[in-house]
Design a protein around this ligand. Structure first.
Ligand SMILES: [Zn+2]
Length: 263
């Protein structure tokens, strides 16, 4: 069984596909349970999607037994990778798959400064393969980013799908970060740039309006800054203007306190 050993070294998947998941470039994937892979119901429709389907499935489930030449073997390996990815997209929205991805939770950090390195989640912009590559979603700024590494940048987004991250937050709501009002304010020599400042005012007005409308329906949504305003210690971490104002006030209090002491 020399050829099997070779195949396994190249990429796959003897029992529980650990080798694939642990090899370079495949860090975003989790291990699919063997019983999930071997249940034909979970693979419905994939036979038309993947060339050399049966061989690819045999390879993924470690029962491959064909003395193929190099070209054919390469084709089958490519198909097996594709098959694994497509099953992966289905698996990660199951209870066990969500739990595995939740535990894994190491997909990089948001590059946006104001997100303070919030953890990212892999996602696809389409559920059909060969539409776009995998992107990373930041739940704090609710935006998506390209992976830093070129190894990850070529992975098909359909291997994660468009719904995974949203379902994860439905199942684990505590993972969803509190929303923040912080934003970058462009300035020229300290003065706010007019157009950006006007847009920010417009957004603030709409946010306030929406907060009132939501409260009419009994939905009380707070931003992280509003919660921390009542706790003066935490206000330092968020909202520059609030913390600056408070810092000045506290500095003033300290100064007047000193003066009082002096008297
Ligand atoms: Zn972010």
């Amino acid at each position: 069984m020399l050829h099997m050993a070779c195949l396994a070294n190249i990429w796959l998947i003897p029992v529980e596909n650990t080798q694939f998941v642990s090899s370079r470039g495949n860090e975003y994937f989790c291990e699919i349970d063997e019983d999930y892979l071997t249940d034909r119901f979970n693979l419905t429709g994939l036979n038309t999607e993947v060339p050399y389907y049966q061989y690819a499935l045999d390879l993924v489930t470690d029962v491959f037994d064909l003395d193929a030449d190099d070209d054919l073997r390469e084709q089958i390996e490519k198909s097996a990778r594709h098959l694994y990815g497509l099953v992966h997209a289905r698996y990660i929205v199951t209870t066990r798959g969500l739990a595995k991805m939740y535990k894994k939770c190491d997909f990089g950090k948001c590059p946006r400064v104001l997100c303070d390195g919030h953890p990212l989640l892999p996602m696809g912009q389409a559920d059909l393969p060969n539409s776009s590559t995998v992107k990373l979603y930041c739940p704090k700024c609710e935006d998506i980013y390209n992976p830093k590494s070129s190894r990850h940048a070529s992975i098909d987004g359909a291997y994660f799908g468009t719904s995974f991250h949203s379902i994860l937050f439905q199942v684990y709501p505590a993972l969803n970060p509190e929303k923040s009002m912080r934003r970058f304010e462009p300035r020229i020599y300290g003065f706010k740039v007019h157009a950006a400042a006007a847009l920010a005012r417009w957004q603030d007005a709409h946010r306030e309006d929406m907060t009132w409308r939501l409260s009419d329906f009994g939905i009380d949504h707070k931003f992280i800054e509003e919660e921390s305003e009542s706790e003066s210690e935490e206000a330092y971490e968020y909202g520059e203007e609030v913390s600056t104002a408070k810092a000045e006030k506290i500095a003033g209090d300290v100064a007047s306190g000193r003066m009082d002491l002096g008297n």
